[in-house]
Design a protein around this ligand. Structure first.
Ligand code: HEC
Ligand code: CU
Length: 352
């Protein structure tokens, strides 16, 4: 390293760190900007721990600095041996009791929050909303229990209400992580169902991730939660219940696409009903925030996905080259006009 670099090494490290960390706290994606009940609870716990740590750090550093200055070797005393002390009951009691008190201050709110976050007691209330979440390599499925509505990748919820999630996986362990609204919960294969709840304070589009290494495309297993006002949510539910899966598209290209879709894709993808398929439910696909959770919803990207999906998301379970690029274009025209509701991510204020 160059001379000046060595001298300023720590400055460079901290500068780079500040630069990287400034990416934290991004709106609607970050646990540092909570926009929901659970996230706020977790944020408060984080702040209590940091406050306690700072308190300990400052006091220990102050004592350290004091001792360093007060008891350093002075000129003319090189051979002096200070008075030797062994043990001090009062001091030892103090530095045992203080940490115990600090741990208690940490433990009480933590245990309280842990029970609070696991509270499912109101799930059986008449107007409580329960959603079955299924993690799949590498996409998320959401089934609105008792509502006959299913969506994949984009989850709509009402603001200001507790929405209960019953969570499972169809293959390996995944983890549903929605930092700005809630914490993180594993989805397990088999009968082991996990539960959590979401409560969003404001309308918005919130990004979530899979937080459990689940295969080569784990890092691409993103999803979005779209929180809208309860009125808009009711409208969305109504629209989603009245989907006419057979509706004829306007353009000839999209009409041909519909036919091609039925022949090549319906074995895995459902439109207009809540059946869980091998692949994502594509109802309302034209209103999706992203394609496959990661691509901007343009025709070009959609054609690319249909023809090349394994290069985009390695190891995903959709076969490539089912149709030609030209046919994929027609299918894309069909899928992108599947807009079944007026309530869209834009109406929640696209924010992420
Ligand atoms: C063997 C089952 C299967 C077939 C057949 C199939 N797909 Fe898929 N498809 C999948 C799976 C699985 C995924 C999820 C991939 C992922 O994200 O990991 C998927 C994802 C998609 C997505 C992204 C969905 C989303 O929610 O964003 C689109 C669009 C799509 N497929 C279109 C098609 C089209 C068009 C055809 C027919 C040409 C087709 N698929 C045929 C299994 C299939
Ligand atoms: Cu995963």
């Amino acid at each position: 390293m160059r001379g000046w670099m060595v001298r300023f090494r720590s400055l460079i490290v901290f500068g780079a760190l500040a630069f990287v960390l400034s990416g934290c706290g991004v709106e609607n994606v970050s646990a540092l900007k909570p926009k929901g009940y659970s996230a706020e609870l977790l944020f408060d716990l984080m702040m209590i721990s940091i406050a306690i740590m700072l308190f300990v750090f400052v006091i220990v550093m102050a004592i350290y600095a004091f001792v360093l200055v007060r008891y350093r070797q002075k000129k003319g005393q090189e051979d002096m041996i200070p008075k030797q002390t062994e043990g001090n009951k009062a001091l030892e009691v103090i530095w045992t009791v203080i940490p115990i008190l600090l741990l208690l201050v940490l433990a009480v709110p933590t245990v309280q929050a842990t029970f609070n976050l696991a509270d499912q007691s109101k799930q059986d209330d008449k107007d409580a909303l329960t959603i079955e979440v299924t993690g799949n390599q590498y996409w998320w499925h959401f089934n609105y229990a008792d509502q006959e509505i299913a969506t994949s990748q984009d989850l709509y919820i009402p603001t200001g209400k507790r929405v209960y999630l019953n969570m499972k996986s169809s293959d390996v362990i995944h983890s549903f992580w929605l930092p700005a609204i809630a914490g993180k919960m594993d989805t397990n294969p088999g009968d082991n169902m996990n539960t959590m709840y979401l409560e969003a304070y404001e309308e918005g589009v919130y990004t979530g991730h899979c937080a459990e290494l689940c295969g080569p495309s784990h890092s691409l297993m993103d999803f979005r939660v779209i929180a809208v006002s309860p009125e808009k949510f009711d409208q969305w539910k109504k629209d989603m219940k009245n989907v006419d899966a057979e509706a004829k598209p306007e353009t000839t290209s999209a009409q041909e696409g519909q036919k091609l879709f039925k022949e090549n894709c319906m074995s895995c993808h459902a439109i207009g009903n809540s059946a869980a398929g091998v692949g994502p439910n594509l109802t309302n696909f034209g209103n999706r925030t992203k394609i496959a959770g990661i691509l901007e919803p343009t025709k070009e990207n959609l054609v690319d996905w249909i023809v090349n999906n394994n290069e985009i998301k390695p190891g995903n379970k959709m076969p490539m080259n089912l149709v030609s690029e030209e046919e994929a274009g027609k299918i894309a025209d069909y899928l992108l006009q599947l807009k079944h509701s007026e309530v869209t991510p834009e109406s929640a204020g696209e924010g992420s």
